[in-house]
Design a protein around this ligand. Structure first.
Ligand SMILES: NC(=O)c1ccc[n+]([C@@H]2O[C@H](COP(=O)([O-])OP(=O)(O)OC[C@H]3O[C@@H](n4cnc5c(N)ncnc54)[C@H](O)[C@@H]3O)[C@@H](O)[C@H]2O)c1
Length: 311
């Protein structure tokens, strides 16, 4: 059992990760500035330090828990937010990461996991770790890629063990609807209010939706497996779903008869198709995503109803 620090542990994925780590018997400390996270999501058994990863004092308090392992999830989320606030994005995602790596190195941490994103790939039919022709489209995608380069530097130069996971569209309990949030909770909220679901584009665009429990399982495997320094893994479902199919499934689960409406594509959104190649994660980590989309959507809807997030 280890002492674990989760940055961004009050967020959608981080809170699920913290709960899973506690179930495995680890002692979990969280640092989160609650900018997009929620105190209510933090598991009772975790210790929460409210502060920013770009603040050395707050990080000092977090690292006083003497973590052996660090999962770094704190980040400004996500594309649209970063287009509107690029400097804020760089401070949280760039400077924040550097400071976490500095503190981890000084504290003698055994391994740091960095949550990167599929958006570093840009617009590709299938996204595979062997591809190094990166096409980040937004400040968020740029800083996620920048973070990978810093992890590689810290592993090469400072010999700090790091592993990087590129998460694909993760959804599930823990994510509230909101202006900068992902499509699934926002579609659910609209469907609940009987509104048509707005699709920005043609609806034929695809994404690779991965249920949060599968993403979290992959992150823990990446941390616990003997990986090469600064190795990188896709954590995806490996399946492509069109936005049209997603919207229709949500309308059906929620019982919304208002249908969909097509809107112009967002200016920065050039990703037409997204499917993660999971061959490497399966082979090296034994990663095996389990939850089919339909089941994951029903579980997400049940959670949103339970917490009263959808009016
Ligand atoms: N959700 C996805 O589909 C997805 C896809 C790719 C990558 N990711 C990455 O996974 C990680 C978690 O994403 P999420 O969906 O849980 O998002 P989230 O916004 O729910 O979680 C991020 C958490 O970090 C906290 N935070 C933000 N800035 C901070 C700062 N400066 N100091 C301390 N805490 C700060 C927020 O309050 C929040 O609790 C992020 O790094 C994100 O970039 C997510």
């Amino acid at each position: 059992m280890s002492r674990v620090l989760v940055t961004g542990g009050a967020g959608a994925i981080g809170s699920n990760l913290a709960a899973a780590l506690i179930l495995r018997g680890h002692t979990v400390t969280i640092i989160d500035d609650l900018s997009s996270g929620h105190r209510a999501l933090v598991p009772e058994a975790a210790r929460l330090i409210v502060g920013s990863v770009s603040d050395d004092d707050a990080l000092g308090a977090a690292f006083a828990s003497r973590p052996e392992l660090v999962f770094h999830l704190a980040a400004l989320f996500a594309n649209q937010n970063s287009v509107e606030h690029p400097a804020k994005d760089l401070t949280a995602n760039g400077i924040g990461l550097i400071k976490v790596l500095e503190h981890a190195q000084r504290a003698g941490v055994e391994k740091v996991l960095y949550t990167s994103s599929s958006c570093v790939y840009g617009n590709k039919a299938v996204m595979c770790e062997t591809d190094i022709d990166f096409r980040p489209d937004t400040p968020y995608a740029i800083t996620k890629l920048l973070g990978e380069q810093y992890c590689r530097f810290w592993s090469d130069h400072h010999k700090l063990d790091t592993v990087m996971v590129r998460l694909f569209n993760t959804y599930g309990p823990g994510e509230f609807p909101g202006r900068y949030r992902n499509v699934i909770p926002n579609f659910m909220k609209l469907a609940m209010s009987g509104s048509p679901l707005p699709i920005t584009g043609t609806g034929e665009e695809t994404r690779d939706f991965n249920f949060v429990a599968d993403t979290v399982a992959g992150m823990i495997l990446a941390m616990e497996s003997p990986t090469s320094p600064a190795d990188v893994f896709n954590l995806a479902s490996g399946r492509e779903t069109t936005i049209l199919v997603l919207a229709e499934a949500i309308n059906e689960i929620v019982g919304n008869r208002a249908g969909i409406e097509l809107k112009p594509r967002r200016g920065w959104d050039h990703v037409m198709t997204r499917r993660g190649d999971t061959t490497k994660a399966r082979a090296v980590l034994g990663y095996e995503p389990k939850v089919p989309l339909r089941e994951g959507l029903s579980r997400t809807y049940a959670w949103l109803m339970q917490v009263g997030a959808v009016q």
